[in-house]
Design a protein around this ligand. Structure first.
Ligand code: GLA
Length: 396
């Protein structure tokens, strides 16, 4: 009898351990199965330009200009919406900038069928010296949930000496879970403690790179820079990304004026190749036709949002000429022929570069000219403008 009891217990233990979910790399909140899309206030409006009028107009524009239909969803307030804490420690919004209050703004955004995001920091103060969430994680998460927040970006400024990134972000993950509201969690520690190694079970996305600059090639002493610097930092991080957990190369600069249309097209294409969050960072209420055509290219957006969620990789580098490839759910490939050089040049992709046999005949389509280029065997060549891409799908 005794030995029978023991064996039942042993069996139960085994059964329980089998029932325990296998360690999953992804944060299990069911969110961001494809990379989040939307708009964030920082790149264009920074601190000084942020107010509820801008945010409401942005939400209006997102609906009327077709961005919502194209998949853009989140309207996110970055730094400077907050001023202090009340006597009970509740976070207080800047009433000068947000006279109607955050709840009313969230309600407005929801009434448009969009989702609402907000920003905080793991330290004592945000990067713009507004109150951070340290010591108030559960209180803040509850407040966000009461306001109707759907997305939280948490920054990494003004941390305490020795503050640990993984445990700080874990605390907010747990606070968000306890709030009872599904909230996408965006970790923003700029890649400084290699978040791809630990953040997959904590956040839905994590910044893998320092702050983007609105320039094509502008290496900064602090390790960041423009689009080409970010490409190089993202290369090699492919295996850490997937549905629900994304490497974030920072928000888009498309339309902010520092790059040419060709460069912005390449920027947007490469973010789609990365399965990056597509958060417009420009004034979407006042876009040029070129900017609009980039942000609204549905074929490029579809590459970003492909359900397989693979982050594309650089498969060939010939000096300034590069080939990047991303496997799609249907087995086909998205390919970016990228020319970082000073003059136009021809780039040829061989099927063997992208994991196909030489003998294969495949349909090629150019996603920026929206033209089918027929069936090609073994390779495809195209001239690529300086600082530009030719973006293709190659379908067996
Ligand atoms: C940091 C972040 C930016 C932005 C600013 C706001 O630099 O990386 O994306 O949120 O703070 O102060």
């Amino acid at each position: 009898m005794r030995s029978g009891f023991l064996s039942i217990r042993t069996l139960l233990t085994i059964a329980l351990s089998l029932a325990t979910p296998t360690l999953s790399h992804a944060l299990d909140n069911g969110l961001a199965k494809t990379p989040p899309m939307g708009w964030n206030s920082w790149n264009k409006f920074a601190c000084e330009g942020l107010n509820e009028k801008v945010v409401r107009e942005t939400a209006d524009a997102m609906v009327s200009n077709g961005m919502k239909d194209a998949g853009y969803q989140f309207v996110i307030l970055d730094d400077c919406w907050q001023t202090g804490r009340d006597a009970s420690g509740n976070i207080v919004a800047d009433t000068g900038r947000f006279p109607s209050g955050i709840k009313a703004l969230a309600d407005y955004i929801h009434s448009k069928g969009l989702k609402f995001g907000i920003y905080t920091d793991v330290g004592t103060m945000t990067c713009a010296k507004r109150p951070g969430s340290i010591g108030h994680e559960y209180q803040d998460a509850k407040q966000y949930a009461n306001w109707g927040v759907d997305y939280l970006k948490e920054d990494w400024c003004n941390t305490l000496p020795g503050q640990n990134s993984e445990s700080s972000y874990t605390l907010m993950r747990d606070a968000l879970a306890a709030s009872g509201r599904p909230i996408v969690f965006s970790i923003c520690e700029w890649g400084s403690t290699k978040p791809w190694l630990w953040a997959g079970s904590i956040g839905n996305l994590w910044r893998a790179t320092p702050d983007i600059q609105d320039c094509w090639d502008c290496k900064k002493s602090w390790g960041g820079g423009g689009v080409t610097q970010i490409l190089d930092l993202m290369n090699g991080l492919e295996s850490y990304a997937g549905p629900g957990h994304w490497n974030d190369p920072d928000m888009l600069e498309v339309g902010n004026g520092g790059m040419t249309t060709t460069e912005y097209r390449a920027h947007f294409s490469m973010w789609a190749m990365f399965s990056a969050p597509l958060l417009a960072g420009n004034d979407i209420s006042n876009m040029t036709p070129d900017t609009k055509a980039i942000l609204l290219n549905k074929e490029v957006i579809a590459i970003d949002q492909d359900a397989l969620g693979q982050q594309g990789r650089r498969v060939k580098k010939m000096g300034d000429l590069e080939i990047w490839s991303k496997q799609l759910q249907d087995g086909s490939r998205a390919v970016a022929l990228l020319n970082r050089g000073q003059s136009a040049d021809t780039i040829s992709v061989s099927w063997t570069d992208i994991g196909y046999p030489d003998t294969l005949s495949a349909s090629v389509r150019n996603l920026w000219t929206a033209k089918d280029l027929g069936r090609q065997q073994g390779h495809y060549s195209s001239e690529v403008p300086s600082h530009g891409v030719v973006m293709l799908t190659i379908k067996p």
